[in-house]
Design a protein around this ligand. Structure first.
Ligand code: DSN
Length: 392
C-alpha cells in the first residue's frame, strides 16, 4: 500500500486486535476469504435496482452474485417448512441493506405509517438505538411502546407485555436485543402480536449465528419479518439481511431501494456470500455450540467469584455483569479491563439508575474469543483475570 499512513494504521489495528482479548458481544473476526471478497473489484460496480432490473449496464455478474446470496440465505435459515403454507418459497430476502439500523428503518417505513405505534425493547433495557430510542430517527418518526422486563427475573414479562399490547394496539412488534442473555420465546411474542393484530418482526442481529448453528430457537416459524446484521455471530462483513414473508417483501424491497438507499455495495454482498458459505459448513455448528458453552462457563465462573450476573446467567453468547453491585461503575470497569488488554463495553442493566455514559454494568460476549479458539479452560482463566483486574 503506497499510503503509508493508512498502511500503518491498519497494521497497528491488526496488532491491537491480536494482542487484546475481545469480549465485545457484537464483534467477531472474519476469515481471510471474507476480507478478500470485501476488498474485491465488486467495489467498483454500481448496481442500483435488483437482479434483472438494474439502472446500469454491466450487471450480469452482480445479478448472479445477488441471486446466489439470496438462495444461500434462504437455504440456511429456512430449512423446514414454515407454517401455515410451508416452504422456503413463502419467504423472500433483501440482501442490500448497508447495515442493521438502515435495515430496521426500512422495515418500519415499509410496514407502519409514520406516527404509528411500534412495540420494542428500549436500549437501556437491552434493546437497540434503532428500536425507538428518542435520539434515533426511529424514535422520532413512530410512537414507541416499550416492552416490560420483570424487575426480579430481568427477563421478558410476557403477561405484562400482552396486557400492554392489547391496550396500545401497536401495528408492529419488534423483538430482539443487544444486551439480553436469554432465549426469546417467539411463540409467545406471536401470540401477543395476534392478540393485538400486530405484525411480528424479529431483529436477530445478535443471535443469527446461534440460530444458524442450531443453538437458539428459530424465529422463522413465528415472525412476519426477520432481520439480521451479518457481522456479529454470523462472522461476516458489516451488512444486513431482511427476510420477509412474501406478502410484505415487495413493499420492503421498494423501501430499501429506491426509498432509502442508492446503489448496493456489491463487495459487501460478495463478502456476505462467503460468510454464508462458511456458516453452512459443519464446523460452524461446532463454533456456535462452543460460543454458548464459553459464555455459560465465563458467567458461572464470575458468579462463583462473587459477581452478579443480570438474570442469573446466560443461554446465549453474552451476559451483563452488574459491576455496580460491588461499587465499580461500568465505565470504571471497562477502563480498568482495557488497561489489562481485555476489551468489553460498558452497558446499562435493566432498570439502571445510572446514565448510559457511566452505567452500572458491562456486557461480555464470547463470539470473538471463540473464533480465536478459546475453550472452557480459557474461560476459567479469563474469569479469574477479570476478577483480579476489577478488584485491584
Ligand atoms: N451496537 C451494536 C452492539 O454492540 O450490540 C448493535 O448494533
Amino acid at each position: 500500500m503506497r499510503d503509508k499512513i493508512i498502511r500503518e494504521l491498519i497494521e497497528r489495528e491488526a496488532r491491537r486486535q491480536q494482542k487484546t482479548t475481545n469480549l465485545i458481544a457484537s464483534e467477531n473476526f472474519v476469515s481471510e476469504d471474507v476480507l478478500k471478497a470485501l476488498g474485491s473489484v465488486f467495489t467498483n460496480k454500481y448496481a442500483e435496482g435488483y437482479p434483472g432490473r438494474r439502472y446500469y449496464g454491466g450487471n450480469k455478474i452482480v445479478d448472479e452474485l445477488e441471486n446466489l446470496v439470496k438462495t444461500r440465505a434462504l437455504k440456511l435459515f429456512i430449512r423446514r417448512p414454515v407454517p401455515p403454507a410451508g416452504g422456503r418459497r413463502q419467504w423472500s430476502v433483501n440482501v442490500q441493506p448497508y447495515s442493521g439500523s438502515p435495515a430496521n428503518l426500512a422495515v418500519y417505513f415499509a410496514l407502519v405509517p409514520l406516527g404509528g405505534k411500534i412495540m420494542g425493547l428500549s436500549l437501556d433495557m437491552g434493546g437497540h438505538l434503532s428500536h425507538g430510542h428518542k435520539v434515533s430517527v426511529t424514535g422520532k418518526l413512530w410512537k414507541w411502546i416499550h416492552c416490560i422486563l420483570n424487575p426480579k427475573t430481568e427477563q421478558f414479562d410476557y403477561p405484562a407485555i400482552l396486557k400492554l399490547a392489547k391496550k396500545e394496539k401497536p401495528k408492529l412488534i419488534v423483538t430482539g436485543y443487544t444486551a439480553y442473555s436469554r432465549i426469546i420465546d417467539f411463540k409467545k411474542f406471536r401470540r401477543i402480536a395476534n392478540a393485538c393484530g400486530a405484525l411480528l418482526m424479529v431483529d436477530m442481529s445478535h443471535f443469527a449465528g446461534l440460530v444458524a448453528g442450531g443453538v437458539y430457537s428459530s424465529p422463522f416459524p413465528y415472525a412476519d419479518v426477520v432481520m439480521t446484521t451479518t457481522h456479529k455471530t454470523l462472522r461476516g462483513p458489516r451488512a444486513a439481511l431482511i427476510f420477509s414473508r412474501k406478502e410484505y417483501s415487495k413493499q420492503i424491497d421498494k423501501t430499501v431501494f429506491p426509498g432509502l438507499q442508492g446503489g448496493p455495495h456489491a463487495n459487501q454482498i460478495a463478502a456476505t456470500a462467503v460468510a454464508l458459505y462458511e456458516v453452512m459448513q459443519p464446523s460452524f455448528r461446532r463454533y456456535a455450540k462452543q460460543v454458548v458453552k464459553n459464555a455459560k462457563v465465563l458467567a458461572s465462573e464470575l458468579q462463583k467469584l462473587g459477581w452478579r450476573i443480570v438474570s442469573g446467567g446466560t443461554d446465549t453468547h453474552l451476559f451483563l455483569v452488574d459491576t455496580m453491585a460491588r461499587g465499580i461503575s461500568g465505565k470504571q470497569a471497562s477502563e480498568k479491563l482495557e488497561k489489562a488488554g481485555i476489551i468489553v463495553n460498558k452497558n446499562t442493566i435493566p432498570y439502571d439508575k445510572r446514565s448510559p455514559v457511566d452505567p452500572s454494568g458491562i456486557r461480555i460476549g464470547t463470539p470473538a474469543v471463540t473464533s480465536r479458539g478459546m475453550k472452557e479452560k480459557d474461560m476459567k482463566k479469563l474469569a479469574q483475570k477479570i476478577n483480579n483486574v476489577l478488584l485491584k
